[in-house]
Design a binder for this molecule. Structure first.
Ligand code: SF4
Length: 205
């Protein structure tokens, strides 16, 4: 029997944004950059080039590898802060907050740190480059359940390698995989026929 696939922590954000995007990236190996991902990579290059250091009385460790055997997870924290015995992951985002995706990703990092270090991780921070603001995320029982549910869904997707239908909604305009996904063609059949009708109409006019 094949072992269950390890879920990359980064897949959580992709899945929460769009399950089809997650399948394209993590099952089919498709990747493409757009303005958002290029901005994000630049911001991460700056974070990655930073060294471990002390800042305002706390130890800041950069680019820390993470894993959880219990959850079958692996990834990396942009930074982990240690202050007075408290351990907190920090995630850097170049833009603005979009729903709970970053919170769930951060919580997954916290679950890894708890297992790796044998400590309780009660909260963490997401730093948003758009407003240049740091937002605290408390790891409540509810968010811990949510992230475990998402991990199970991603693992099921990796096992079946099924590509979900394209939602073909406003998310697509901002999506890095828009050119590969072609959501007008790959959404539910009803939408395909509507798309074909619109193409025929455009050609006829
Ligand atoms: S283009 Fe739309 S449907 Fe396709 S992966 Fe991106 S968000 Fe999902």
């Amino acid at each position: 029997m094949k072992p269950d696939p390890i879920v990359p922590i980064s897949a959580i954000e992709h899945f929460v944004y769009c399950p089809r995007q997650c399948a394209l990236i993590h099952c089919d190996g498709v990747w493409s950059d757009n303005a958002h991902t290029v901005r994000g990579s630049r911001a991460h290059r700056r974070v990655d080039s930073g060294r471990h250091r002390r800042e305002r009385g706390r130890q800041v460790l950069r680019a820390i590898p993470l894993w959880s055997e219990a959850l079958g997870l692996s990834g990396r924290a942009d930074a982990v802060e240690i202050e007075g015995g408290a351990v907190r992951p920090v995630e850097y985002k170049s833009g603005v907050r979009h729903g709970t995706a970053a919170d769930l990703q951060l919580c997954a990092q916290a679950l890894c740190l708890e297992e790796m270090l044998g400590v309780d991780v009660l909260c963490g921070h997401v730093w948003y480059g758009g407003p240049r603001r740091r937002v605290q995320v408390d790891f409540t029982p509810a968010i811990r359940c949510d992230v475990q549910d998402v991990i199970c869904l991603i693992r099921a997707q990796m096992l079946t390698a099924e590509l979900p239908d394209a939602p073909n909604d406003p998310r697509c305009a901002e999506c890095q995989l828009l050119q590969h996904c072609v959501p007008e063609l790959t959404s539910a059949p009803r939408r395909v026929s509507r798309y074909m009708a619109s193409v025929v109409f455009e050609c006829a006019t």
